[in-house]
Design a protein around this ligand. Structure first.
Ligand code: ADP
Ligand code: MN
Length: 299
């Protein structure tokens, strides 16, 4: 079952236990029961009861073989999701959480309603989850600080994406509107569109021009290179509008990899239009246009 559904069964004392665990994970590989009791200021029997439930529902995981002679607990990915979702609901950024829109390469996307009842999406970033799972499976426990690296990496990824979206949106680049972020999660406006890969285009050249015009704005006005641009990260709406998504790996134009990444982004886009529509614009010319060395595309 998806976290959004399991999330509904949690009450405020459950969240208290999850956030105490989150906090204490900074200093413990596994957070001892006594620590959770102390910081949550709940009675021990209630804590024991709730931890058992939270573990059964996989919001918490216990140390399988207590590594240092005590039983301890850590947040799972779902536990971390629950804390972020709760923060959105509490701050009013999100009014209701809906169904899953799918699992991406490095994220899970949920539909939601924002504070004004408008549809939006919540993107939960997932980095390093494989390595976390593998480590737990292999050893039964995680022995060093890598036990929280998935948590830091996912949070960093969301932070990067949110701040990029703010810059891009303000610069007039066609991206989802950033609405809020918390921990490893970003709330943004929903795009009713199809990934370029699957989009049926009546006028592919016009779509390509729009994408390249946006890439030029990204580079010149926002000072950013997407760095993972592909036919999956461009959404095309029925009216022909294009939106560029999936920004956590973007870099500034003066980053040492910026030019290389930009070339790769450009060839990915061109390759897609060659395949889908037989268009073959000159890559050098496109590069000059995007970076501003040339004023018009002149396709
Ligand atoms: P990942 O890193 O997992 O690829 P993406 O940001 O590309 O993350 O999101 C995964 C998929 O979710 C996208 O390919 C797209 O289909 C969908 N999606 C992402 N953001 C939105 C949005 N704002 N509106 C509608 N669908 C979205
Ligand atoms: Mn993507």
């Amino acid at each position: 079952m998806f976290v959004a559904e399991r999330f509904r069964s949690l009450v405020s004392n459950d969240f208290r236990i999850l956030s105490v665990t989150e906090f204490s994970m900074k200093s413990h590989e596994f957070v001892p029961l006594q620590e959770i009791v102390r910081f949550s200021r709940l009675r021990e029997d209630e804590v024991v009861y709730r931890i058992r439930r939270l573990s059964r529902e996989r919001f918490l995981a216990g140390s399988a073989k207590p590594p240092s002679g005590y039983q301890g607990y850590v947040l799972t990915g779902s536990g971390y999701d629950a804390l972020a979702l709760r923060a959105f609901v509490n701050s009013g950024a999100v009014e209701a959480i809906g169904k899953s829109l799918g699992v991406g390469k490095e994220s899970d996307i949920y539909e939601a309603l924002d504070s004004r009842g408008k549809r939006c999406v919540i993107k939960l970033h997932r980095l390093g989850r494989m390595s976390f799972r593998q480590t737990v499976r292999k050893r039964g426990y995680v022995a060093d600080r890598s036990h929280i690296s998935w948590l830091y990496q996912s949070r960093l990824s969301a932070e990067r994406e949110y701040s990029a979206l703010r810059t891009l949106y303000a610069a007039g680049v066609s991206v989802p509107k950033p609405l809020a972020y918390n921990r490893h999660a970003v709330v943004m406006s929903v795009i009713e569109g199809t990934e370029l890969k699957f989009a049926e285009m009546t006028d592919p050249e016009a779509i390509l021009r729009k994408i390249l015009r946006n890439m030029r704005m990204m580079y010149r006005r926002a000072g950013l290179v997407h760095s993972d641009l592909s036919e999956y990260n461009i959404l095309v709406k029925a009216n022909g509008q294009v939106l560029i998504i999936d920004w956590p790996q973007c870099v500034g134009v003066s980053h040492p990899n910026a030019q290389e990444n930009l070339r790769r982004d450009i060839s990915n886009v061109i390759r897609c239009f060659t395949k889908k529509a037989g268009l073959k614009p000159d890559e050098e010319r496109v590069l000059e246009y995007v970076t501003g060395k040339r004023r018009s595309l002149g396709l």
